[in-house]
Design a protein around this ligand. Structure first.
Ligand code: RP5
Length: 158
């Protein structure tokens, strides 16, 4: 298996520690695909300067994709997308009040010109796979790991 774990290529940012149980699946999936990632906790609303600095420096820090998980009024992915040209993937997190529809709409309804590639509510695993597919454009060797993952998936249906 090709190994890119030593370089942090994917940033995983969550709006709260309470998002970690869902978003750890993104980290686990990237580990499984042998792609280096880091997890950061910062809120678009509670830590706006930190979010802005992280996004503004993401590319020069070597990141190639940013995954953002947030719930409720989920502005984290949009705030990050506003500050970087890197692809940003948004994971709306389910909340007990509105079941994730709040976060889904907050994440997906971006204005023209500043997209966030939004996956399903709590879709952390798919966010990681999509991130890996983006990373694989620059590191085609990682496609072997993705192919292996698909073969495992097919095996699970039997
Ligand atoms: C959002 O508000 C976070 O992403 C989280 O999903 C939700 C609740 O945050 P906490 O009150 O648990 O910190 O900003």
């Amino acid at each position: 298996m090709v190994d890119l774990v030593s370089s942090v290529l994917v940033g995983i940012v969550v709006g709260s520690k309470s998002d970690l149980p869902v978003m750890e699946k993104a980290k686990e999936t990237l580990d499984e695909l042998r792609i280096g990632s880091e997890v950061k906790v910062m809120s678009a609303h509670r830590n706006p300067d930190e979010v802005s600095a992280y996004a503004g420096n993401a590319e020069q820090n070597g990141l190639e994709v940013v995954i953002c998980g947030a719930g409720m009024a989920a502005h984290l992915a949009g705030a990050i997308a506003a500050r970087t040209e890197l692809p940003v993937i948004g994971v709306p997190i389910k909340s007990s009040d509105l079941g994730g529809m709040d976060a889904l709409l907050s994440t997906v309804q971006m204005p023209t010109g500043v997209p966030v590639a939004t996956v399903a509510v709590n879709g952390a695993k798919n966010a990681a796979i999509l991130a890996a597919q983006i990373v694989a454009n620059k590191h085609p060797e990682i496609k072997e790991n993705l192919k292996g993952y698909r073969i495992k998936l097919a095996g699970g249906t039997k």
